[in-house]
Design a protein around this ligand. Structure first.
Ligand SMILES: Nc1ncnc2c1ncn2[C@@H]1O[C@H](COP(=O)(O)OP(=O)(O)OP(=O)(O)O)[C@@H](O)[C@H]1O
Length: 572
């Protein structure tokens, strides 16, 4: 409820005005029985009823007009609430910490923005207004009924309260069912994201049926939870209908007896019975409001959970200053483990001198990519220090660290959009000359010249309209446009043919005159010329040196080089 109020608070004036309108409409409704009583009394006295009937008409029209205005205000507020909820969610989701993103299914996170927020929207507006309106209108009607006849009021209250007690048992079950349903909707999103994200793998493995079954399980879960919720909602409706009918019969019985005994006039009984029927609407609104609140409360948990997920917050501390010339990158006894895993890095120390190329090599799983991830503060080391240009990156905020680095990932992701949009992603204000130079350096200029739409050519979802090599070169061109201090290339040349690899090596050579290049390569042919090669094994630095030195001194490196036919078995 606290969360609902938080989202409703900025709109409290409009919601209060909306409530006033509802109440005004209700008052118009409340007065109707009194006027009707006048009409009946006037007719019984044989007098003219034109005046009261005209009043009745005015009340009906005014009531309807106010209801329309109120509905518009309330819907508009509901839209604003959901917009705010979605904005808050998106703001946090794009800033989630990498370890959090590692363990969450994107589809489930998306469902919270698209689906859960809708339930909250109605609860924070319709739900609150309906409950407030229902409560006030019911109270108003009960007061007026008390004025007509206190004894009949007691009869009505006895009936209503016993039904309400049963209803209070049913309502929370709606919330539980909705929460379960929303979790299943999230699971549908997660399943679809997994399937569509690897659509070609699914088709190539003929796994459509299995993938469909996973999504269907989640869909069935949502269906079952939906049915449970609907069953309880139906019970609530039945109870609310029964409460009015039961109150009517009780009042008719007791009231009839009172009339027969001469303790009550017939017009008073009719007025009271009209109030009982009038109660149907505010009780309906109260019950609908309570149900909507339960729906919203079922979703609130999932929305609040996003609020508790850790996001990347920037520290506002003065960065440490470098004392004199320093290496471009320095790892100083760095330890790091992924959750529930053995250490991926166990005391890694190495430096990459400013300018020039440093290569990280080692068997698969040695910790090379992890080193890059720590350097960009995707994860925080458990111990040790990492410095860029002599400055401890823990004292810089993440944006500052990342501004100094350009990163070409192992699978060089390309985003949906045009070639130009992908290039400008790194540097939105890059000049046409800069773009042309980056294309030339990565030999993409030939491709662009061949394409009828040139740089405006769409690359398709995740760059499917490009070849693997083209995707990599595009990612490298993008990295070059950032004009970074340090360029990180992860397996950047793995998918290039010999001619393009040579071109790229030349590009990297010319880049390394502008900035420090740190690269990971399995193909040692790409790093034989590197100024410094760091050999990693099981999360530790095993050896450091030039290609020549390492071939002479390190068995693992020699084996790697031999397996790639760079040297003979005996290191010749
Ligand atoms: N997000 C993650 N969560 C848990 N464990 C991880 C994660 N990423 C990597 N690892 C594990 O950490 C270890 C180091 O992985 P890393 O990706 O750094 O190796 P690598 O040297 O880059 O390997 P490759 O050359 O195959 O890319 C591996 O054992 C890997 O299974």
């Amino acid at each position: 409820m606290r969360v609902l109020f938080r989202y409703a608070r900025p709109h409290r004036l409009v919601l209060a005005a909306s409530l006033l309108l509802v109440l005004a409409a209700s008052v118009a409704g409340l007065i109707q029985p009194l006027v009707a009583q006048r009409v009946l009394e006037a007719l019984a006295d044989g007098g003219g009823a034109a005046g009261p009937i005209a009043w009745l008409a005015v009340l009906v029209v005014v009531g309807a007009g106010l209801t329309g205005l109120q509905s518009w205000w309330q819907q508009r507020t509901a839209e604003r609430v959901v917009r705010q909820v979605r904005r808050d969610l998106v703001f946090r989701l794009v800033r989630l910490r990498v370890p959090e993103l590692d363990r969450r299914a994107p589809g489930d996170l998306i469902a919270r923005v698209t689906s859960d927020s809708t339930l909250l929207q109605n609860a924070a507006t319709d739900g609150l207004v309906n409950v407030a309106n229902g409560t006030l209108s019911v109270t108003g009607a009960l007061v007026l009924m008390g004025a007509v006849h206190a004894g009949l009021l007691a009869v009505t209250l006895a009936v209503l309260l016993s039904v309400a007690a049963v209803m209070m048992l049913v309502l929370p079950r709606i919330r539980l069912a909705v929460a379960r349903g929303q979790e299943s909707v999230g699971a549908v999103g997660a399943a679809l994201d997994r399937t569509l994200g690897a659509a070609r793998t699914v088709k190539a493995n003929g796994a459509e049926r299995r993938e469909t079954a996973v999504a269907e399980d989640a869909i069935d879960g949502a269906y079952r939870a939906g049915l449970t919720g609907a069953r309880y909602a139906a019970w609530v409706r039945v109870l609310s209908g029964v409460s009015i009918q039961a109150a009517f019969l009780a009042v008719l019985g007791v009231g009839g007896a009172l009339v027969a005994a001469g303790d009550l006039t017939t017009p008073a009984l009719i007025a009271f019975l009209l109030y009982v029927f009038y109660l149907a609407s505010p009780i309906g609104s109260l019950v609908a409001g309570l149900s909507t609140l339960q729906l919203g409360l079922g979703a609130v948990g999932r929305i609040e959970e996003v609020g508790r997920m850790p996001v990347e917050e920037d520290v506002d501390r003065a960065p440490e200053r470098a004392a004199g010339p320093a290496p471009a990158v320095e790892f100083d006894d760095v330890w790091f483990s992924y959750p529930d895993r053995a250490p991926a890095l166990g005391g890694v120390s190495f430096t990459a001198p400013a300018g020039g190329q440093t290569a990280l090599v080692g068997l698969s799983g040695a910790g090379k990519t992890t080193t890059f991830a720590l350097l960009q503060r995707f994860y925080e080391p458990a111990a040790g220090r990492i410095r860029i240009g002599g400055v401890d990156i823990a004292t810089l905020d993440r944006a500052q660290v990342r501004r100094r680095i350009a990163y070409v990932e192992q699978d060089s992701p390309v985003m949906a959009g045009t070639l130009e949009e992908n290039l400008r992603y790194a540097q939105p204000d890059a000049s046409a000359e800069d773009i042309a130079e980056a294309l030339r350096l990565t030999r993409l200029d030939e491709l662009v010249a061949r394409l009828p739409e040139g740089l405006r050519t769409p690359v398709g979802t995740r760059g499917v309209a490009l070849s693997g090599g083209e995707r990599q070169r595009l990612a490298i061109a993008r990295a070059l446009l950032r004009r970074p201090e340090v360029l990180l290339l992860d397996e950047a040349t793995a998918q290039l043919d010999a001619r393009n690899e040579q071109a790229l090596r030349e590009a990297v050579d010319s880049v390394s005159r502008r900035c420090t290049v740190v690269l990971i390569a399995h193909r040692l042919s790409t790093v034989t010329e590197a100024d410094r090669i760091v050999v990693l094994e099981h999360g530790r630095v095993r050896a450091v040196g030039s290609h020549r030195e390492l071939v002479a001194s390190d068995v693992l490196y020699r084996e790697l080089a031999a397996s790639q036919l760079l040297v003979g078995e005996e290191g010749a």
